[in-house]
Design a protein around this ligand. Structure first.
Ligand code: BTN
Length: 329
């Protein structure tokens, strides 16, 4: 049950926890200390906001459908995390969730504070590229992290986040893989991207903001023509829309679990998990090295998270920049 939630949220959380089960009005009123009339009033109010709640005669209530919105009312009841998203800021429109998350981090936001928006007017990708952010279709989310890591290990967090995004996509039954360092692909097309930003001094990271964009319900015609050949969405891949609030909650759970694992077991466990989900290893790639481009085969991830590429007789450790997958599998 979310802490500090008002009684309407608590009724919703109770129904959401029960999944497909019918819950009696009596059980809800006993558990939440509300009168039966108050429970009924909240059920009516939730219905008016787009929740489909069945009233099963002589048995109780069952939550059938939640509205396709990413607001606190939709997300909070679905969150079973201890930190991630427990403080949640939801916007109908914002310039960039990462810009706000950075401001919040500067003002002292704790680990796990999250910003989500239905639309971004200035969504940013890596290397100053724009990130297409049409309204109410996808997920645009930024999370503040307070890792206890030296700055040289901060790039590991991008790989941790990529595993979490990949897992959430797989839970939505899409066969996703990771392209080093921060893209999640279905086949050869991009489903999701991660933008990692941080503030640090020489031996301590103050904060990290993970900005995550996942194409959930975009349809082919929603992509600008220049992206149609290279981008995809979960909806396109699985042939049916994704409940966005459920996906968001699943992603935050994955993120928390993989970050915890990284903190407890170190990078070794992450490296193995990344290798298992890689869409990069074994592929012919083009990488940027010393201002030029080199073609080779992606062989491994090294113990700092850099991509190891064999080019001619050399093994190059690539720790930054873009990687292009050369030939489709
Ligand atoms: C990339 O692949 O280049 C990274 C894309 C990151 C996009 C996300 S959407 C949420 C957050 N807010 C932003 O402005 N960017 C990130």
């Amino acid at each position: 049950m979310p802490e500090g939630a008002d009684s309407e949220e608590q009724v919703l959380a109770f129904l959401a926890e029960a999944g497909d089960e019918v819950v009696s009005g009596e059980a809800i009123s006993d558990k939440l200390g509300l009168s039966r009339a108050a429970v009924w009033k909240h059920v009516r109010s939730l219905r008016a906001q787009g929740y489909r709640i069945d009233a099963v005669p002589a048995r109780g209530y069952r939550l059938r459908e939640i509205p396709d919105r990413l607001g606190p009312l939709e997300l909070r009841p679905l969150l079973n995390t201890h930190d991630m998203g427990q403080t949640l800021h939801c916007f109908e429109e914002i310039a960039s969730t990462s810009d706000l998350a950075k401001e919040l981090a500067e003002q002292g936001a704790p680990h796990g504070e999250v910003v989500v928006a239905e639309r971004q007017t200035a969504g940013r990708g890596r290397r100053g590229r724009p990130w297409e952010s049409p309204p109410r279709k996808n997920l645009y989310l930024s999370a503040v992290l307070r890792p206890e890591l030296p700055p040289r290990r901060a790039p590991e967090l991008t790989l941790v986040a990529a595993i979490a995004v990949c897992e959430a996509c797989r839970q939505a039954r899409v066969d996703a893989g990771i392209k080093w360092p921060n893209d999640v692909l279905a086949g050869e097309r991009k489903l999701a991207g991660i933008l990692t930003e941080l503030a640090a001094e020489p031996d301590a990271v103050h904060w990290v903001v993970l900005g995550i964009g996942v194409n959930l319900n975009t349809e082919p015609e929603d992509f600008p023509p220049e992206l149609r050949a290279t981008a995809t969405s979960l909806r396109i891949e699985r042939g049916q829309p994704v409940p966005r609030a459920l996906f968001t909650a699943a992603l935050l759970t994955q993120l928390e679990q993989w970050l915890d694992r990284h903190a407890e077991e170190g990078f070794g466990a992450i490296r193995d998990a990344w290798r298992e989900r890689s869409a990069t290893l074994g592929r012919e790639v083009r990488v940027e090295v010393d201002g030029g481009e080199v073609d080779g085969v992606a062989e491994d991830l090294d113990d700092s998270g850099a991509l190891v590429v064999r080019a001619g007789g050399r093994r190059i450790h690539v720790s930054a920049g873009d990687v292009r997958l050369l030939r489709p599998r």
